[in-house]
Design a protein around this ligand. Sequence first.
Ligand code: G3I
Length: 349
Amino acid sequence: DVDSMEKQFEDSFDIGAAVELYQLEGEHGEILKHHYSSVVAENVMKPLYIQPEEGEFNWEEADQLVEFANEHDLELRYHTLIWHNQVPEWFFLDEEGNEMVEEEDPEQQEANKELLLERLETHVKTVVERYKDDVDAWDVVNEVIDDGGGMRETEWYQITGDEYIKTAFHTAREYGGEDAKLFINDYNTEINPKRDDLYDLVKEMLDEGVPIDGIGHQAHIQLDWPTIGEIEESILLFDELGLETHITELDVSLYGYPPEPAFETYEDIPEEAFERQAERYHQLFSLYKSLDDAITSLTFWGIADDHTWLDDRAEEFNDGVGKDAPFVFDVDKKVKPAYWAVMSDETPS
Ligand code: G3I
């Protein structure tokens, strides 16, 4: 029975969470309805789930989330039309079933490119036409810049160059209409050279008339990294391009990267770690609130500490055992120190 985050931030930005379908019910569902004004699919709207085989669209799960959002009057972010991860292999197989790669023969390269762009168009058009009245913001492309800077060398990029990005945005605009809000989304947007390379790409595309409306800063961050200054600088940098800003996947890991050593269980995490995290959340939200002319939506990448992708990451580096705790609700769905920090109006010292 605590004050809702939705109310707290109603004059600043939408506040959302990423969900799996099972979380629409039970305690997660209650938190969602009480505290949030926006929702996004953690997985079910990705190409792997939407079009597992060419031409066979699976709307069942995505529809459930759309219905929930409509029923409870939540904003809906679509994640994600195009990504290199969780994309079915058939996208990259030629008519003979061979993997398409970067070709030396220019004619072959051109044919592959044409085929892949056609598939991309079909995917984007079909999804956007279906959900255009339900979706408030689209992650059109996700994570196109490499962690070390430059374009990420995905199959999309090897086969089409940056054409796949342009085609994705143009197609989304064509079928989504002028009101569709089209986002480019990425992580480590605070860190150079990645930040500036993303900036240059977006600027170049805007100059060419590619319809990009917004930048999604994922914000998978840690207790001391990146600095508040770096986070602020990056938000302001992209804001100057005239883009709308969404924070799309916020979580505050207790660990560095790689996340080792990690606490084995939730009970092993000392109170002090939660206090440090609360401090971090406080500074972060003070910044976000001070930038609420730029930021229109802020989404956590999950609801409560019982369900987070960061556990997989902690386990991966700690022989299969490891627990993270990135959110403002704990494993029992109760508020944490971080919740009070987020809700507090005091300026951090
Ligand atoms: O659906 C299968 C299930 O059939 C199988 O039994 C199970 C066994 O492992 O795996 C299930 O798939 C998992 C899927 O999530 C759905 O639960 C995958 O293994 C797992 O790798 C996948 O992880 C997702 C990850 O993206 C994939 O890269 C995470 O839940 C999701 O939180 C994460 O989200 C990404 C954003 O989309 C983009 N930004 C980074 C963010 C965190 O990695």
